[in-house]
Design a protein around this ligand. Structure first.
Ligand code: IVH
Length: 681
């Protein structure tokens, strides 16, 4: 009879195959066959099995995507073949000239076909797979030597940890990018936290890939398109298009807009098509890359020291315009942050009329020295809020007026103060500033929050003006009669809104937490808190120490959460939400898979010191956390266990001083219940 362990092993293998299949359908083919919930259930079942039988843990386990600890620095890595850059062509003439030069190299009789691909604006990366497993991810660096950013690359969900079939060795190159919605969310969060926003998604992606803490990288949702099969054990396919198809088959995402073209006319049409769709794509593109399809012809064409002659980047014209700053207004956000906004003489830019551009904060206004009356160069990165690139100082009129940030809220006149270490000035009237109230209500009703359809800007303004609502809990006291008296609001719309409000009471806990609008807590943070704590009551009672003990929750967020719940007004708010019938506990599906009750690490604080033979520290950490333990960096009286590897130093001495239990690497392995999995690896 098969032992429990054997059954578990078989089930884990089947789950891994299914997970790999559905991941590809979802992330690569963009054509899922099952719901997100069903997929999550598969991952959860595998995680549970791995917790019960840690020896089943493999390097491609979903529980190990984010296993890393903050690194001190990245290790340099020399690329097998250099990552070349691309020559640019601006406009059709230069594209024609490029083809002429190419033809001189490969001969007039040659009949090249081309592959045209969107030029995604991110940063290039090279990934290595060995025996089908993701082994390494390296940045481009100077083209010869890059940085080993494997722990961050592992957090990118569209990069599989395992290929769909075993492949002895493979290197693929691609572009890592931050999708536009993730970029916008990141910048919103940075502004709210008083941090400078990233100028564009490329900078944000580059900064994120090089973060030393992979947990932060994971939370930012990078994505990747692969564009070259660089090396393969055995022969490379003779055509680039076949290389791309192979990448896709193996689970490496390629851009669906890539197209094979038979001649330059088709190339031009494809470029025009990409440019036409440019504004609607969920990522930034600054052009198209045209590549010779046949590898034999590529070899004929050769490369200069910098560029291949068989490819060129066709650059789209920049989406920029100049206009005049009519006024610099100040907006008050949900958390009271005062944001300067340039009101512009309306101008056409990338197909829309632009009449305002954010200036982010007073430091930014000062740095760019933007004054009322100035002519400014504005830029639109896709559909993102336009930015002021720079002032055209030569056209500054004598009358240009400098901007001064008011020290009172422009809406409620309460003092606006700047807290230490913050860039943003905030209205101090958190309880009753109408602007903050308005934004708080809109945020509460928003899509990632309680998702109350029909409760948009116009209605919120009316509700506030008529004093029908003062805060978020007040929404649940609205009555049909009063509502239907509002302008443009009949009985039917009133009933609809009440229905929406009623339905919102059952939203998952993570949405409620997000809806509260606690500073530094966005959608992702709210989900993490809901999962770890399970109820609003427990969140309200959590100490800063408990909060920072949760993976992905940093000290700033922890401080913001405790400060939110310390305010009596917020206590009352939550009590009113609860009385209105809003659900404040998590659905079981929101909760972290339970830790086995007999886990030797459940609730224990563990310190790792020295090297553990055959086990990376990140793996050890992931295993301890998967078994319900917490890994801490320093030994104190709160430490339960110290694992002392080779060349353990002062931490071991301190543990002995404090009389804390110390485990050798062998004992640690035993306790993990996995004496073979990582040895010799
Ligand atoms: S091919 C030798 N294809 O553009 C081939 N590059 O300006 C070199 N890029 O460093 C790259 N999308 O980061 C290629 N579809 C694409 C691309 C692409 C974006 C980036 C890449 C490269 C830069 C060159």
């Amino acid at each position: 009879m098969a032992s429990k362990k054997q059954t578990a092993r078989r089930r884990a293998e089947a789950l891994r195959r299914q997970i790999a299949h559905h991941r590809k359908r979802y992330y690569v083919d963009d054509d899922p066959e099952i719901s997100d919930g069903e997929y999550d259930a598969l991952e959860r079942e595998l995680r549970e099995l791995e917790q019960a039988f840690p020896e089943l843990l493999t390097p491609d386990s979903p529980s190990l995507r984010v296993g890393g600890e903050p690194a001190k620095a990245f290790t340099p890595f020399r690329h097998g073949t250099p990552l070349l850059s691309l020559d640019n062509a601006y406009g059709e003439d230069e594209l024609g000239e490029w083809e002429q030069r190419l033809r001189r190299r490969i001969g007039d009789e040659a009949r090249p076909s081309y592959v045209v691909e969107p030029k995604v604006d991110g940063l290039s990366i090279s990934v290595h797979y060995r025996d089908g497993l993701l082994q390494r991810g390296v940045t481009r660096g100077d083209g010869e030597v890059g940085e080993d950013v494997t722990s961050n690359v592992r957090t990118i969900r569209s990069i599989p940890l395992r290929l769909t079939r075993p492949t002895p060795a493979l290197e693929a190159r691609g572009e890592v990018f931050l999708p536009r919605p993730a970029f916008e969310r990141l910048n919103r969060e940075r502004l709210e936290a008083g941090e400078p926003p990233f100028a564009n998604p490329r900078n944000a992606a580059a900064g994120t890939v090089r973060l030393l803490d992979p947990r932060i990288t994971a939370s930012r949702r990078l994505d990747c398109y692969f564009y070259e099969l660089a090396a393969l054990d055995g022969e490379l396919p003779e055509r680039h298009a076949d290389g791309l198809a192979l990448l896709r088959e193996l689970g490496l995402k390629t851009n669906p807009l890539n197209a094979v073209c038979e001649d330059l006319r088709q190339v031009r049409d494809t470029i025009a098509e990409i440019e036409r769709r440019r504004g609607k794509l969920p990522y930034e593109t600054d052009g198209a890359v045209i590549k010779v399809n046949e590898l034999a012809l590529r070899r004929e064409a050769g490369s200069t020291s910098k560029f291949p002659r068989w490819a060129v980047a066709y650059k789209f014209p920049a989406q920029q315009a100049t206009t005049v700053v009519l006024e610099i207004a100040v907006q008050v956000g949900r958390t009271g942050a005062l944001t300067p906004v340039a009101l512009l003489e309306p101008v056409q830019l990338a197909g829309t009329t632009v009449s305002r551009a954010t200036l982010h904060n007073e430091e930014e206004v000062e740095r760019k020295d933007v004054r009322v009356g100035d002519t400014v160069l504005i830029e639109k990165a896709g559909e993102i809020i336009p930015q002021v690139v720079k002032v055209v100082t030569a056209r500054r009129p004598k009358s240009a007026r400098r901007f001064a940030m008011p020290d009172r809220c422009p809406v409620c006149n309460a003092p606006a103060v700047k807290e230490e270490g913050e860039v943003a000035r905030r209205c101090s009237n958190t309880a009753s500033c109408p602007a903050q109230r308005r934004e708080a209500l809109l945020h509460f009703a928003g899509r990632g929050a309680m998702d109350i359809q029909g409760l948009g800007e116009a209605l919120v303004d009316q509700l506030l003006a008529q004093d029908l609502v003062r805060d978020i809990a007040g929404l649940y006291d609205l009555e049909a009669e009063r509502l239907s008296e509002l302008p443009r609001m009949g009985e039917k719309s009133a009933a609809n809104l009440l229905g929406q409000l009623e339905a919102s009471k059952q939203r998952p806990l993570r949405r409620l937490i997000n809806a509260l609008g606690i500073r530094h807590v966005g959608e992702r943070g709210a989900a993490v808190l809901a999962q770890a704590l399970g109820s609003l009551e427990r969140l309200a009672e959590a100490t800063e120490e408990q909060l920072t003990g949760i993976a992905e929750i940093g000290p700033k967020t922890a401080a913001a959460v405790t400060s939110f719940f310390r305010q009596p007004a917020n206590h009352e708010l939550i009590e009113r939400l609860r009385r209105a019938g809003v659900r404040t506990v998590a659905d079981p599906s929101e909760l972290r898979a339970a830790v086995p009750s007999d886990s030797p690490f459940a609730g224990k604080t563990v310190v790792l010191t020295g090297t553990l033979p055959g086990m990376a520290r990140s793996q050890a950490r992931a295993r301890i956390e998967a078994l319900g333990g917490k890994v801490s960096g320093s030994v104190s009286k709160n430490t339960d266990l110290v694992v002392a590897g080779e060349e353990a130093g002062s931490k071991l001495d301190r543990a002995r001083e404090l009389g804390i239990e110390v485990l050798t690497p062998e004992q640690f392995r035993e306790r993990l219940g996995a004496d073979k999995t990582f040895s010799g690896g």
